[in-house]
Design a protein. Structure first.
Length: 97
């Protein structure tokens, strides 16, 4: 999962934004884009945990792939696991078979 995704995600349970990222395992990738003219994120940069500012942070951020960790909602306390680079964003009621 790219950290940039947090600029788009809200809590499925209460729709609160932004979610808090806790990284357990992250890997660095190569062959990424050139420096953007403006920040890629519009509302929230999880790389610096604040509003986007310096586009130089985008290159550093886009090199990283979050492989495991969790996303947490400060409003309702919901937690969502990140496994094998995929955020598992189902609400507890949605996990029934």
């Amino acid at each position: 999962m790219k950290r940039r995704l947090l600029d788009l995600l809200a809590c499925p349970s209460c729709l609160s934004f932004p979610l808090e990222l806790t990284v357990e395992n992250e890997r660095e990738e190569s062959g990424l884009p050139i420096m953007p003219e403006r920040p890629l994120c519009e509302r929230w940069c999880s790389f610096i945990s604040s509003q986007p500012g310096d586009p130089d942070n985008c290159i550093k951020c886009m090199k990283l792939e979050v492989m495991s960790g969790k996303l947490s909602c400060k409003s309702c306390g919901a937690e969502y696991r990140i496994e094998d680079g995929v955020p598992r964003m189902l609400r507890p009621d949605d996990t029934r078979l």
